[in-house]
Design a protein. Structure first.
Length: 209
């Protein structure tokens, strides 16, 4: 994704790439590229392209988040829409859109945290993240979002650190690995990275520049 985002191509070529990626994401039933939507804003590159995609998707997202059971349902492009809105600088619209959701879902609310932070409201962003806790939401995910807002924001975790020292076991270990890969991928889209993993005795490892 970093290669696509940084490729020096004209707007028409990029739009063609986005259409092909969108079709692949829509047909990804397994799924293999389920997190592609999280990077949609970066893949759009320009605020204008991101805004156009947001306009294209937002009405469908509103229906997907509707309290009306006849309209509500899963839409594979919800995170893509939120990401595009964020890239376009339409942060208030993200918050308004998420307010429509009667069943808060962390992968969506995470964009609300980012929107509040981008609006210069870090305390509200942290409170928004903390209010998202639930039986189906990982405390590690909440902590990671708080850490993006402020390195010292994760007041609820002891000891304070970006990531717990030892990865969790079982199914949560898979989520752990995906979350780290997601963060590194996002950083690589923004700038070339020289991050490497160094394993310790405990197997947890750490990230170094």
């Amino acid at each position: 994704m970093a290669v696509i985002a940084r490729a020096p191509v004209d707007a028409r070529t990029r739009e063609g790439w986005l259409e092909r990626l969108w079709e692949a994401h829509a047909n990804d039933a397994i799924p293999y590229i389920e997190r592609l939507g999280d990077f949609w804003g970066e893949l759009c590159v320009s605020a204008e392209t991101a805004s156009a995609w947001a306009d294209r998707l937002v009405r469908i997202v509103e229906m997907a988040l509707s309290p009306d059971p006849g309209l509500r349902g899963f839409f594979h492009g919800t995170t893509a829409c939120l990401s595009a809105l964020f890239r376009a600088g339409r942060h208030e619209e993200i918050l308004a859109l998420l307010e429509k959701d009667r069943f808060p879902f962390w992968p969506y609310r995470e964009w609300g945290v980012r929107a509040l932070a981008a609006l210069g409201r870090p305390d509200e962003a942290i409170a928004y993240a903390e209010a998202s806790r639930g039986i189906n939401t990982s405390s590690i995910a909440i902590a990671a979002a708080c850490e993006e807002v402020s390195p010292n924001a994760c007041r609820s975790l002891e000891p304070r650190r970006p990531w717990p020292a030892t990865p969790p076991a079982g199914a949560l270990r898979v989520w752990w690995t995906r979350r780290i890969a997601h963060s590194v991928a996002r950083a690589s889209v923004r700038r070339p990275s020289r991050m490497t993993a160094a394993s310790g005795r405990g197997g947890g490892g750490e990230w170094r520049r």
